[in-house]
Design a protein around this ligand. Structure first.
Ligand code: GN1
Ligand code: MG
Length: 380
């Protein structure tokens, strides 16, 4: 989405509030998130350090103050973990935390009621939109496992639910049904028909994780909420995962939302913003690597049910994202930013194709889960 000159001026003004008296030396757009506007900022004077400035999307996050409170809770918890030397090499993991304004606040609200916040930047690291190889998938899995282990003893009740209903697939299905009932929006093109047919065929999939939680098979934990590949930072020199960013959706939830989302994102070599639909597929070897990395961190903490639901989680999360993109397309692209008309439909088709590929590899994926579990030394 283009940022207007007025928007840039606002960004400069906001950045200045976090400078502790230093002037803004440079400011440019960063990344291509679908929700917030993100900028890279450098202040003048002293050692040139980079920061991330974001304007949070108030439509998506109606109470952004809660996000900042969550980030504080998280940063304090993680600082405690490292200071206590719970983990062997604290230097290799970078915790992204909020930067305060000159008057000691965690955010700045401008005269147009835009909500701005600044975060530390992970230096010497980079992110990827498409997975490079199995080694990188393994690192991605290790990063998610490490993150889950870091927050394992953080009480989810200390975190606000910043996005109620996020990842609760039956709610997304209900939203879709509501949109279809509006007479203005009918399914018209061949691609829309494909999506609508696929959704009809998968209705019973939608509640699987929520039902499992209700039955006590899965528990609510602290989750990242958006652990896709490009939210994992890799060291530029070693390729090791060193941080997980985009912490706005850190909140109480099911681990399987994270495991499923990470798998669906990292095991699709075409990436989320695919160019050719035909390139989309779920790669079992990448899955094997990712799970090996994840289990290396998390295996001792997982239950039989946790392993059992991994296949359904990855299938569900691909379905859910497809459903969210498609519903947004039908609503006129009101949630996810788009580059062109039909972009959300194209993204939906990608996720649905990925889901079909996951479905056709069910036996293989279940076997990979079993073997990786055994290799981690916890399988029976
Ligand atoms: C959104 O803005 P971004 O790209 O970090 C979305 C995620 C989706 C993702 C799909 C709060 O994240 O759930 O998986 O797009 N975030 C929110 O690329 O809805
Ligand atoms: Mg995000």
């Amino acid at each position: 989405m283009p940022v207007t000159r007025g928007g840039l001026k606002k960004a400069f003004e906001a950045a200045g509030c976090f400078g502790q008296g230093r002037n803004v030396f440079g400011l440019e757009r960063l990344g291509d998130g679908h929700i917030n506007d993100t900028f890279l900022v450098v202040f003048a004077g002293g050692r040139p350090r980079r920061y991330v400035l974001q304007r949070l999307n108030r439509q998506v996050f109606p109470q952004p103050e809660q996000i900042m409170a969550n980030l504080r809770v998280l940063a304090d918890h993680l600082a405690g973990r490292f200071i206590g030397k719970v983990h062997k090499s604290p230097d290799s993991w970078v915790v992204v935390g909020p930067v305060s304004t000159s008057d000691g606040r965690d955010y700045f609200i401008d005269s147009d009621n835009n909500f701005w916040r600044m975060l530390s930047y992970v230096d010497g690291a980079t992110s990827f939109d498409r997975v490079r190889d199995g080694g990188q998938a393994r690192e991605a899995g290790r990063a998610l496992g490490f993150f889950h282990r870091l927050v394992w003893d953080l009480d989810p009740a200390l975190l606000a639910d910043t996005l109620p209903g996020f990842h609760v697939t039956p709610n997304y299905l209900a939203d879709y049904d509501r949109v279809l009932q509006q007479p203005v929006r009918q399914i018209s093109s061949v691609d829309e028909e494909y999506c609508a047919r696929l959704i009809e065929g998968q209705r019973s999939l939608a509640p699987v994780l929520e039902d499992a939680a209700r039955q006590g098979l899965l528990s609510v934990r602290v989750i990242h909420g958006d652990p896709k590949l490009n939210n994992i930072m890799f060291d530029e020199k070693t390729g090791r995962a060193v941080s997980m960013v985009d912490l706005d959706t850190v909140k109480p939830g099911l681990l399987h939302y994270d495991i499923g989302d990470c798998l669906r994102s990292c095991c699709n070599p075409a990436g989320d913003n695919l160019e050719k639909l035909a390139d989309v597929r779920f790669d079992p070897e990448l899955c094997r690597n990712l799970l090996a990395g994840y289990f290396a961190e998390m295996a001792p903490l997982l239950t039989d049910a946790d392993y059992e639901f991994i296949y359904l989680a990855v299938k569900l999360l691909a379905f859910e994202l497809g459903l969210r993109f498609f519903t947004d397309h039908l609503m006129g692209d009101v949630y996810f930013k788009v580059d062109h008309c039909g972009h959300n439909l194209q993204r939906a088709m990608g996720q649905f194709r990925l889901m079909t590929s996951i479905e056709s590899s069910e036996a293989l994926i279940r076997n990979i889960v079993k073997n990786c579990r055994q290799d981690s030394g916890t399988g029976s």
